[in-house]
Structures are given as structure tokens and as C-alpha cells.
Design a protein around this ligand. Structure first.
Ligand SMILES: C[S@@+](CC[C@H](N)C(=O)[O-])C[C@H]1O[C@@H](n2cnc3c(N)ncnc32)[C@H](O)[C@@H]1O
Length: 218
């Protein structure tokens, strides 16, 4: 039976997207997930983003929009939710930005893919249903769209074994119950093992309750 991926994206209505940066990138990252948006996540995005870049699970487009990207950088946005794609492309403000409405759990149509220097998955994997090996399908769907020396990178909120504080536990319970998150069992070790099935070089570090990962085949 196909996995239902709608719940992890349906919540991102235009209204929720208006509140997203304050609630998730401001309050939750600071007080629940203990991983600073400006001191950790944004520098990590800047360090890894390449000239032809695919951002998957775009939300409000915060990272590409705040990374200070050169005019040469070509961004493609991919998301299952049209409101996220619209919000991110309007904010990015470059008319030529390509958007792909697509579920990352299913293979990308051949005509949409190919030739990226980098692919980012920020706060996407914890929104997907299933255990970490079910989510490995995402890596298999995306890796063939990287150039030989391209890299995939991202960040994801870890599951119950990350020892969340009271605020984090509350959010984890509510979000997992509603299907907004599907990360109760996600661990950094499990994610590393999945990445290593697809990439020769894998780096993971944990900051607060968030795993930051970089993977390539070069
Ligand atoms: C938590 S937001 C992350 C936004 C942004 N990357 C950030 O870190 O601020 C998750 C995004 O992933 C999208 N998403 C969730 N499930 C998806 C799926 N199966 N395929 C593609 N996008 C998905 C949601 O619509 C939403 O835009």
C-alpha cells in the first residue's frame, strides 16, 4: 500500500506560512530544538549551496532567500504543497525561478531532473511518514539528479531518543499525532546508515535536537 504523504505538507496553508518563520525558525528552533537558525542552519546552507541548486521542502523559502546567493545561482524549488512553492518563489523574487510540484517520496519525472550541484532537504525528513529506512527512498529518488561531484545536504529534527525538553516533547507529541511530523523513531545513526547506502562520503553532526547532514559521491 502506498504511504500517505499528504499530512506532512497539507498544514502549510498561506496563513500557516505567514507564521512559520516566527514560530518554527524563531521560537521552536531556539527553545525546543536548540538549533539556531541564524548561527547554525543558515551558515550551513550557505556553505553547501552550489550554483545549480534544488531546494526540496521549501516552506517559506527562508534559507535560499537569506543566503545572499549570487545572480549566477539558479534555484529550483520542489514541494508537494503549491502554497509553499508560491510563497518561496514570491519571496525569492527572481522571475526565472523554476518550481516543481512533486512528492519527494516518488521518483522525479526524468524531464524535471538532472544536473544539480547541490540539493537541500531542510526540515523535510521529519515531516515524512514512516521510519528512517522508509525515508531512504527520498535519497534514492534524488541522488541521480546530482552532478557527479554534487552534494545533498540538510537538517532534520531527531526523534524521541534525542531526549527532548518539555517544550520539545509537547511539540513532538502534537505534531506526530497530527501527522505533521513522522519522526518518533528517527535517529542520527539511522540517518547516517541510510545516507551511506547511497553516498560514498557522509558527514553528520548533531546540534541540539537536530541532525545536520552532508553527503556526496566525490
Ligand atoms: C517544515 S517545512 C520546511 C521548510 C524549509 N525548508 C525550512 O527549513 O524552513 C516542510 C516543507 O516540506 C514540504 N513537504 C512535506 N512533505 C513533502 C513531500 N512528501 N514532498 C515534497 N515536499 C514535502 C511541506 O509542504 C513544507 O513546505
Amino acid at each position: 500500500m502506498a504511504i500517505n504523504t499528504d499530512k506532512g505538507s497539507a498544514i502549510y496553508s498561506p496563513l500557516v506560512l505567514k507564521l512559520y518563520d516566527t514560530w518554527v525558525l524563531g521560537i521552536s528552533n531556539r527553545f525546543a530544538w536548540k538549533c539556531s537558525t541564524h548561527e547554525v542552519l543558515l551558515p550551513f546552507f550557505r556553505r553547501n549551496v552550489g550554483l545549480r541548486h534544488l531546494d526540496v521542502g521549501v516552506g517559506t523559502g527562508f534559507y535560499p532567500c537569506h543566503a545572499g546567493l549570487s545572480q549566477q545561482t539558479q534555484i529550483t524549488f520542489m514541494d508537494l504543497n503549491p502554497s509553499s512553492l508560491k510563497a518561496a518563489s514570491i519571496r525569492f523574487g527572481r522571475g526565472s525561478t523554476k518550481t516543481i510540484l512533486h512528492d519527494v517520496m516518488t521518483p522525479l519525472p526524468a524531464q524535471e531532473g538532472g544536473g544539480y550541484d547541490s540539493i537541500s532537504l531542510f526540515y523535510l525528513l521529519h515531516c515524512l511518514p514512516g521510519n528512517i529506512s522508509d525515508k531512504g527512498i527520498v535519497l534514492s529518488n534524488l541522488k541521480s539528479h546530482l552532478l557527479p561531484n554534487g552534494r545533498l545536504f540538510g537538517a532534520t529534527i531527531l526523534g524521541d531518543s534525542a531526549n527532548h525538553n518539555a517544550f520539545g516533547k509537547k511539540l513532538m507529541t502534537i505534531y506526530n499525532r497530527k501527522g505533521i511530523f513522522g519522526n518518533h523513531c528517527d535517529t542520527a545513526e539511522g540517518l547516517k546508515a541510510e545516507l551511506e547506502k547511497h553516498f560514498a562520503s557522509v558527514n553528520i553532526r548533531v546540534e541540539g535536537k537536530v541532525a545536520l547532514f552532508e553527503a556526496s559521491n566525490s
